[in-house]
Design a protein around this ligand. Structure first.
Ligand code: PMP
Length: 406
């Protein structure tokens, strides 16, 4: 499937700019994606002509802002296949979504001696909140193995699920390796053991169609800024009965029903989890991002990015001394690599000189770096606005870098 990428690139103002006197080659969408003009305009229009706080005002402007904000909830629900828009909780980002679950569901459902199962390829956002919970409760973290290609060992994961397991928290797509995990299968396995599930979808939602209903997880978390929306708006999808039974997260305005000094009752889901004034403009911008993606189609995006991944993999394999880290068959367009004799930060700096923006470091996945036996990698992460020319520039810059360090 082909996309009209030349036209698409014109929708992203920043892609027409230069870096270090060369056309910007942006290959760090895994960290945060660039924004189409539709998103920038939606936010600017909102601030220019339609801004007011939501949920409280009786005047027209506030009622309209409330309607626009709430309409995005419905859009998100449709976009990720959620059956009930009350299951969409707006948060700042995936990190906050996971912390919300750890601090609310975790607080009442995880106790001493219980176990939480993670995998070696988790982002810190899907490790640290569970470690903090385990420390508070006297619970234990168990970690499912991966193989040298970066593929999850499903048999090992299954062997960790037992009577003490309370939660399986697993990434849909690894930000450092690109591995796509069989999350529907993992959720089904967990369900057989009565284990609650959380899927970290931060790297999946921007790149492939996601159907939370088909996956069946209890919780699904992601960030709007990686889905071509603004920073400040993220999503926790939770199954309604769980959300309804959970205690609130933050307390304050907007999340209550009645407050008195004799006691307070809480608003229904999802308002119960949305205390205080949210990032209204970012949610509006995120809605525009979803409209924009709907206009292209996530199936077409996934197919295009897969072609680009194959092209990039073949290109990187021609660079002397380069080793790709993460070679799962089911893989998103993320290429982590190391270069003999060059530290990933040096690679990043050399590429920056050529106008090529990549990421270098541990990618907030230090346990994974230990597991694959490197302190850090360089990482190119692609999106549907990247082209074969971008990949050619990356490969040329890497060949130069390799020569410099040989
Ligand atoms: N999980 C994964 C897999 C990620 O890649 C990231 C961002 N790098 C996060 C969670 C955290 O996202 P955020 O910083 O937007 O909360």
């Amino acid at each position: 499937m082909t996309l009209d990428v030349d036209r698409i690139r014109k929708d992203f103002p920043i892609l027409g700019t230069e870096m270090r006197g060369r056309p910007l080659t942006y290959l760090d969408s895994g960290a945060s994606a660039q924004k189409p003009k539709a998103v920038i305009d939606a936010m600017s229009d909102f601030y220019s002509a339609r801004y007011a706080n939501i949920h409280r005002g009786v005047y027209q402007l506030s009622a309209d802002a409330t309607r626009d904000y709430e309409a995005v909830r419905g859009k998100v629900a449709r976009f990720i296949g959620a059956k009930d828009e009350r299951e969409i909780v707006f948060v700042r980002n995936a990190t906050e979504a996971i912390n919300l679950v750890a601090r609310t569901w975790g607080e009442v459902n995880v106790g001493e001696g219980d176990e939480i199962v993670l995998t070696w390829m988790e982002h810190h956002a899907n490790i640290v909140p569970w470690q903090m919970l385990a420390d508070r409760k006297g619970a234990t973290i168990r970690v499912a193995e991966i193989d040298d290609d970066g593929v999850l060992d499903v048999h090992h994961l299954a062997s960790l699920l037992g009577p003490r397991t309370k939660l399986l928290a697993v990434t849909h797509v690894s930000n450092a390796l690109g591995t796509i995990n069989p999350v529907a299968e993992l959720v089904a396995l967990a369900k057989e053991h009565g284990v609650t599930t959380l899927v970290d979808g931060a790297q999946a939602v921007p790149h492939q169609p996601v159907d939370v209903d088909a996956i069946g997880a209890d919780f699904y978390a992601f960030s709007g800024h990686k889905v071509f929306g603004p920073s400040g708006a993220g999503v926790l999808h939770g199954r309604y009965p769980l959300l309804d039974a959970m205690p609130p997260f933050l307390g304050g305005g907007d999340m209550i029903e009645v407050v008195s000094f004799d006691g307070t009752t809480f608003a229904p889901v999802p308002q119960k989890f949305e205390a205080g004034t949210p990032d209204i403009a970012s949610v509006i911008g995120f809605g525009a991002a979803i409209d924009y993606l709907d206009g292209i189609g996530m199936d077409a995006i996934a197919a295009y990015e897969h072609e680009l991944l194959e092209y990039a993999t073949a290109g990187l394999d021609t660079v002397p001394g380069l080793r790709i880290v993460g070679r799962a068959k089911e893989k998103a367009a993320v290429l982590s690599f190391v270069l003999e004799d060059a530290h990933p930060h040096d690679i990043g700096t050399c590429l920056d000189g050529e106008g090529v923006a990549i990421r270098a470091g541990h990618h907030c996945a230090q346990p994974l770096m230990q597991r694959v036996g490197v302190p850090a990698t360089a990482r190119a992460s692609l999106a549907f606005y990247n082209t074969r020319e971008d990949i050619d520039r990356l490969v040329d810059a890497l060949v130069k870098t390799a020569e410099l360090f040989s």
